[in-house]
Design a protein around this ligand. Sequence first.
Ligand SMILES: *[C@@H]1O[C@H](CO)[C@@H](O)[C@H](O)[C@H]1NC(C)=O
Ligand SMILES: *[C@@H]1O[C@H](CO)[C@@H](O)[C@H](O)[C@H]1NC(C)=O
Ligand SMILES: *[C@@H]1O[C@H](CO)[C@@H](O)[C@H](O)[C@H]1NC(C)=O
Ligand SMILES: *[C@@H]1O[C@H](CO)[C@@H](O)[C@H](O)[C@H]1NC(C)=O
Length: 850
Amino acid sequence: MPRRHPLIVALVLLVPFVVIVAAAHSVPAKLDHVTFDYFFLDHNPAPSAPSVADCISELGLGLELVGQVGELPNAWLLRAPKHTHPHVLARYNAIRTQAAIQPHTGHALTAINLLEHQLPRQRTKRAPPPIPPDTSAAAIGARLGFTDPLFTQQWHIVNEEFPQHMMNVTGLWEIGITGQGVVTSLVDDGLDYESKDLADNFDAEHSYDFNDHTPLPKPVLADDRHGTRCAGQIAAAKNDVCGVGLAYEAKVAGVRILSGPITDVDEASALNYGFHDVDIYSCSWGPPDDGKSMEGPTYIIHKAFLNGVQNGRRGKGSIFVFASGNGALSGDQCNFDGYTNSIYSVTVSAVDYKGLHPYYSEPCAANLVVAYSSGSGKSIVTTDVGENACSSSHGGTSAAAPNAAGVFALALQVRPDLTWRDIQYLCVQSAQMINPEDPDWEKTASGRPFSYKYGYGQLNAYAFVTAAQDWELVKPQAWFHPSSIQLNNGSLSDPEGTMTGGVPIPPGGINSTFTLTNDKLVEHNFERLEHVTITVWISHSKRGDVEVELVSPNGIKSILAAARKSDLATSGFEGWRFMTVKHWGENPVGDWTIRVSDQSDPEHNGTFHGWRLMFWGSTIDPAQAKTYVLPTNDAILPSPEESESVEVPTSSSTKTHPKPTSGLPSDHDTAEGEADRPAFPGTSPTPSLTPTPDEGWFSDMSNLLSGSKWFFVAITAVILFAVGIGIFYWRRRARHHAAYSSLAGGDLPMSSVSRGAARPRAKELYDAFGEVSDDDEDADEQTMLHPGRSFNEHQEAGLDFHSEFLNDDDPAPAEPTSRYRDDPKPLEGPASPGSGSGSSWEHASQEPSG
Ligand SMILES: *[C@@H]1O[C@H](CO)[C@@H](O)[C@H](O)[C@H]1NC(C)=O
Ligand SMILES: *[C@@H]1O[C@H](CO)[C@@H](O)[C@H](O)[C@H]1NC(C)=O
Ligand SMILES: *[C@@H]1O[C@H](CO)[C@@H](O)[C@H](O)[C@H]1NC(C)=O
Ligand SMILES: *[C@@H]1O[C@H](CO)[C@@H](O)[C@H](O)[C@H]1NC(C)=O
């Protein structure tokens, strides 16, 4: 026998070991359940027992060994052709039965502890419950790659405390909707294009300075910060400066008009500047928010609006966004502002970070939506003037409007074809109700909730843009403007003249009704109602006493004018036009009733001369659509036939618009908001009138109780009483707050104390410091800053506060007529000394830059 080489012997001996090791570590075979049935065999390894192979051959039926089961000793996986498993198990059981009877037969069974058919089974994962995506500002910022240091403070973008109250844009950013290709023009006090946060998104071509007549809108005056801050809200870049804008890849242009007097001609040019390419004009200004002004665009400016919506944006129409105004506590209402109550503007009011109504934000029937701004302790964080400067105290309704403009920019990126009216429709349809318990909400005839404070609700970017994505464009505009209704031959032949005829306003008010027929609508190609405008001719010895309401055929009431304590004007309403969006989508056929009333004050009286309704909507047949031509003599009563209107040039005047911040109370950001009182509680029916089912917020209740009238009257009385009590306490709280904010913290500078001097409680405190306060110093400082204004002018202007410890958003007025007064008593003193020079009161210390 040849001698084997020891190495070979060693190798031969090693082979089984290597094979076993390799098998033990082999990747488990992929089982083929389509072709085979699998079995698990637990083998008894006793030395006397048959081997696994013996067992397999004993069972037969095509069984074969696959291999060891994992790392388990004596556990083997077998397989047999598919569908044989019943036979295999039957054979196994048969052998076992037989072995029980004749033990010598089934010797293989002594080696099989267990034979089991293997079926694939789906195991349920023990995964933790799905983790919701991290919605903290830091996590969202990280996901989107933001390095902007103030991003996490921009609660209007991510509100960690009240997540239901934010602009809700980040979901759009995550799918690439960032405003690309959209241009917004800030018609304001300049735009710091040298800010690192704005430089990349600045559109120089469509910018212009109408104050200094230079090509670029460089902020010059110390208080020229507002436009830059608003621009930052819209398009502050994604970089390492401050925060980001809502449409941070959109472009912003600056048109500077607020830093001094400008002519109407320039204002009109500004509102159309670059209008083929500019999509949105963000306007956070208007007549003074003093509760006594009533001003609107003059003819040429009105023409610019019309030109914008008809020809701007290559025919789709410029989007004009206007802030509703900051004068609510002075009783101001946006329906006394001809810019916000224009059908061509989207009027935006403010709510604060808790979703509450800030006391400065003006209510009215022309309010379309609300967006977030200052109040209840927080302000808007945005870019400021300076290369690397940020503001964390921006606010007022003028910060709400740019937030809306930012949302529209996002929508126009995905739907550049939306017309100016589509944007308004989308506002109406996508706005979200907030504070459902607020008594200011009413259901409109079209079933939507509407509030004078919130319009149709909170503008939610995600809801707006997703609605825009599959929005069907509305048909062109239609209108029906019935002739004016004269009361007792009431007339006004010259806008500067006196009104004649008319009916004296009796105690309890006077009604007049117009009946709209379906035939008239069809005749005017009019399908669906949108805006209603109402022109009124009313003379009165105290305009602020006059209340005007419109009741639709469906019993929906629009309060157009509530009493305004400060409005002592004797000129009445010489063809003033109110606007309401509350009848949007309502079937307008039937009786429209206007009710004009006053306070039945024996010292004051008035006469109702006439009125005119104008219905605006969409066409039945788009092919028959016409182009609206602006009449030049709108204010004439009786109104001339439209076709006869001839355009005549109007004299052009110069005016200064007050700074957007000029009416903004200095505690706009700190004062707690509310959501528990109607905007116009005072307009409830006078006791002499029986409430009718259309009495505003009574309406729902009246439907419930229509069967028992006396009961309803009783309930009404109770509610009126409760509302009265509510107002009493609310006012008391407001005053208390004023006193508190003046007193709190001994480290507040005197200026804050004197600021509070406008309020009754604080007044005492102010007096306690004596006649000479630092107001005088303020005035001096301001006189130095503005040599054009005398000390006395400042005194007259009521510059009794400034902003040392706050910032320049404070309500230092731009001009005398625009001063903010929250004194419940009527104002004394000169009504309107005309416009001042370029306004500035800037002596706030520079805010820390981020
Ligand atoms: C806010 O946006 C998210 C998407 O990012 C959406 O799921 C959510 O419904 C939106 N919230 C509201 C109130 O529309
Ligand atoms: C209105 O004027 C017409 C004539 O223009 C006159 O006949 C009518 O009596 C006047 N009505 C009133 C109430 O003065
Ligand atoms: C005015 O109209 C209301 C219903 O809208 C009615 O109750 C009231 O009596 C009317 N007043 C006058 C003076 O006609
Ligand atoms: C107020 O009443 C007086 C006396 O009746 C009247 O002469 C005057 O025209 C009225 N004023 C207005 C604005 O109606």
